[in-house]
Design a binder for this molecule. Structure first.
Ligand SMILES: [Fe+2]
Ligand SMILES: [Fe+2]
Length: 222
């Protein structure tokens, strides 16, 4: 299952490179989240964890680029990150909560579960090692976002309303038409790659089984 023809090899390498670029962009996301936390006066322990999370993303990017290079044979790495315009955005507590819900409570939860799902069927040793690290760290990043949102909704009524609305919007989004599974699903899986169909399934599972109940429990606290 570990052998790949030229087309599939190029695809696997490209997908790991794309993941590397997204992980690299996550370094900037956590830099911004750190500024957001400071702007709203969040507890220093959360600031500390946000800084650590940014360092985790540097490691994730390195792992993904290394896999892309090993599979594809060509060196890959990040270029300049476009940071023109209003990078920091609105730093009011409700706006910061909205961003944390989307990127952390949802984005990091989905990322952790995608890495976990990929790990279940990955066969390559180096791929498995990378996915173990990524799944563990993304779960911790999600937890950080949940704790921040929990702190914010306790502190402020407008933040609570923003969280309620942000969760409502993401959970009400239509799932989209079911995708047909690809013929190469098993060979891709051996290299830690999820097809679009499997990603959609994992996202739906993450929203229904983790995000919805966790948000409900968090917002139920007075
Ligand atoms: Fe990551
Ligand atoms: Fe992350």
């Amino acid at each position: 299952m570990l052998t790949l023809d030229a087309d599939l090899r190029a695809r696997v390498a490209d997908e790991w490179a794309q993941d590397g670029l997204m992980e690299h962009a996550s370094v900037a996301s956590f830099a911004r989240f750190t500024l957001h936390l400071l702007a709203v006066g969040a507890p220093p322990a959360l600031v500390d964890e946000a800084l650590q999370a940014g360092r985790d993303e540097i490691e994730h990017a390195r792992l993904c680029f290394r896999l892309a290079q090993r599979v594809g044979g060509a060196a890959v790495g990040p270029g300049p990150l476009p940071l023109d315009g209003d990078v920091i955005g609105d730093v009011s507590l409700p706006a910061v909560v909205r961003a944390a819900v989307a990127e952390g409570c949802v984005g990091e939860t989905v990322a952790a579960m995608e890495a976990g799902a990929a790990l279940e069927r990955a066969e390559d040793v180096e791929v498995r090692a990378a996915l173990q690290i990524i799944a563990r760290d993304e779960a911790r990043h999600a937890e950080l976002a949940w704790r921040f949102v929990g702190w914010a909704v306790q502190a402020d009524a407008a933040a609570r309303a923003a969280a309620e609305d942000a969760f409502r919007v993401v959970l009400a989004a239509p799932a989209g038409a079911p995708l047909t599974e690809e013929a190469d699903v098993d060979r891709l899986a051996a290299w830690g790659r999820l097809t679009r169909r499997r990603r959609a399934d994992v996202r739906a599972e993450a929203l229904a089984e983790v995000v919805a109940p966790t948000a409900q429990a968090l917002l139920a606290r007075a």
